[in-house]
Design a protein around this ligand. Sequence first.
Ligand SMILES: NC(=O)c1ccc[n+]([C@@H]2O[C@H](COP(=O)([O-])OP(=O)(O)OC[C@H]3O[C@@H](n4cnc5c(N)ncnc54)[C@H](OP(=O)(O)O)[C@@H]3O)[C@@H](O)[C@H]2O)c1
Length: 351
Amino acid sequence: MILYSVVILGASGYGGGELLRWLSTHPAVGSIRGTARALAGKPFWAAHPNLNGIVDGCFEADIDWSEFKQVEQPIVFSALPHGELAQRLPELEAAWEQAGIHQRLLLVDLSGDFRLKDAQVFASAYGGAHPCPEHLARFVYGLPEWNRAALGGARRVASPGCFATALQLTLLPLRGLDIGWMAVTAATGSSGSGASPSAGTHHPLRAGDFRAYKVLNHQHLPEVRACMAAVGIKGELAFVPQSAPMVRGIFASLQFPLPAGMDLAGLQARAKEVFRDAPLVRLVADSPRVGAVAGSAFADLSVAARDGSGVVLCAIDNLGKGMAAQAVQNMNLALGLEETLGLRIPGRYPG
Ligand SMILES: NC(=O)c1ccc[n+]([C@@H]2O[C@H](COP(=O)([O-])OP(=O)(O)OC[C@H]3O[C@@H](n4cnc5c(N)ncnc54)[C@H](OP(=O)(O)O)[C@@H]3O)[C@@H](O)[C@H]2O)c1
């Protein structure tokens, strides 16, 4: 087996730390380098104390891509803040081309920068023009549960984030149906806002609180709608994101009128069928639990139906299946490795 060389851009953040955690025990990864500005020269464990004694290496301010000329299959994960990779990509592509690695290099982006195909939809979702719209079409959307076939051999992957992943997983059992109107709420933990402290992540403000935000107006809805269109789900989707007093996790709850002729058994059969070949989705009875998936790459799902109403519930770790673990799943698929290689690790329970 080839041992791959990996670079993580933005390795000192929460996503970077999770990538280091997953990739350091991945059997196909031989070396990992990571960039960060503030901690350049410091060991990885300076930002990620859980990796002390586990992952060697120091943050680097920048990478000299000519050092990768001889590398058979370079892999780059970008865990930079929103908008940052889109600003830097033209320069990076030029450097990769100069080093002769641009065609074989696999880039997996964890941000929302390249998830939408349409530059106008991007501008209205994110409130500004895309810096390099000519690159949008090159990225394959990385939700394996509906796009697995397109990921094989891909070299530019836009890996969806936590809300988008949880919402799409709840919707997939409804593929091919005209539902009319659906409502989804999803509660996120504080690590969803990244490592830099803000009012949205400050412990005293969150620990005893629960609130909604960006009601009906979350920037990741357009990518969810794109998935709905691709899998033939018709209907309006009303999304209320919520901020929950937990560190890790997304808990999504989709509610919809049951289509004529569908009962609980029918909905269960649809969920079973749509996730039959999805090794990281577990169908559970009653409610999925954030505590059972935290720290893992799994998404737990359950369905309910009664008196004309249908429900699909989903719990993921926002930093796991909602971010870094899914990016590694996409790497595995793009390289033709087993989809769950390095990812079949249980969460902690209790969390
Ligand atoms: N947190 C989540 O649950 C989650 C889930 C899914 C997707 N995402 C997406 O994944 C990406 C990374 O998220 P994260 O939570 O890991 O972010 P984060 O904790 O804020 O980390 C950002 C990383 O990028 C570096 N960086 C480079 N240029 C920067 C700049 N101009 N401003 C700020 N930081 C810069 C930071 O280190 P230096 O500043 O020292 O260089 C740091 O290493 C984001 O695009 C986010 O939207 C996040």
